[in-house]
Design a protein around this ligand. Structure first.
Ligand code: NAD
Length: 263
């Protein structure tokens, strides 16, 4: 199936590694011009090199901290001045601080709100009018399975990310008439370097192999394994295409069958 994405421009945030990088790689392989961004220049440069090498795509890397409004401003301006437009916004964020309610401070809540909600609002504000003027756009928000099934030690994710489901529905209704769709992704357990590192630490502490740790962690996932970052990328690529023009305002679970609730 030709997704018809060749020549489109995508801005993918938090994309120097993990899920964000997986998304950027898949889009680049589909012929999309990609803007990647994260906080660390060295990681970004490495990510850019990887993407360019495997896809030959045009890739712009911009350092930006999503919790800093001026950085978000600069990111969108640089993307626009390099590529002219942004057709596809893929909002992904770094992981919020783990912790239970009693462990988290009020500052932690404020930071998580900037990281997981306000940055999404700032980015959307800066790209959506240009999409309206061209009558086409894709707004895609990467969240988490915690919207469906809270995880005890991730109270910030359980709570703050839920607001993105409201944002997605609101944007879908308001901007649907302009050829723009807004959707969210609720991914389950995805094997990134960060997760692999956690597995290595646990393996060392318990004196077992990394494979054994990952196997134990995967027991509750019907697919029997963690997902791969590029598997989130395939979903993003489809949602970004014209083939998905009728999917609007949806929150889509991609979790190997982990979450047990029906809706
Ligand atoms: P990761 O740690 O592998 O990558 C996070 C990316 O975000 C990196 O590129 C990092 O540089 C960037 N980043 C971090 N803080 C930032 C900031 N303030 N501004 C800009 N960039 C920033 O994480 P991941 O596993 O790929 O997860 C991505 C998101 O998905 C996270 O929010 C995570 O909580 C969520 N999530 C992950 C999983 C999983 O199993 N991996 C499951 C559900 C939800």
């Amino acid at each position: 199936m030709d997704l018809g994405l060749k020549g489109k421009v995508a801005l993918v945030t938090a994309s120097s590694r993990g899920i964000g990088l997986g998304i950027a790689r898949v889009l680049a392989q589909e012929g999309v011009k990609v803007v990647i961004s994260a906080r660390r220049e060295d990681e970004l440069a490495k990510a850019r090199e990887t993407i360019v090498k495997e896809s030959g795509a045009e890739v712009l890397a911009v350092r930006a901290d999503l919790t800093v409004k001026d950085d978000v401003d600069k990111l969108v301006k640089e993307a626009m001045s390099t590529f002219g437009n942004i057709d596809i916004l893929v909002f992904n964020a770094g992981p919020p601080k783990p912790g239970t309610f009693s462990q988290l401070s009020e500052d932690d809540w404020e930071y998580a709100t900037r990281l997981l909600l306000l940055s999404a609002v700032w980015l959307t504000k800066r790209v959506v009018n240009n999409m309206v003027s061209r009558g086409w756009g894709r707004l895609i928000y990467v969240t988490s399975l915690t919207l469906r099934q809270p995880i005890p030690n991730l109270v910030l994710s359980n709570t703050v990310r839920l607001s993105l489901a409201g944002l997605v529905k609101s944007l879908a209704v308001e901007y649907g008439p302009y050829g723009i769709t807004a959707n969210g992704i609720m991914q389950g357990y995805i094997m990134t370097e960060r997760i692999n590192q956690l597995a290595q630490e646990e393996a060392r502490a318990r004196g077992v192999s990394v494979d054994e740790v990952i196997k134990a962690w995967s027991k509750e996932i019907p697919a029997g394994r963690y997902g791969r970052p590029e598997e989130i990328g395939y979903l993003v690529a489809f949602l970004a295409s014209d083939k998905a023009a009728y999917i609007n305002g949806s929150m889509i679970l991609i979790d190997g069958g982990y979450v047990r609730c029906v809706f």
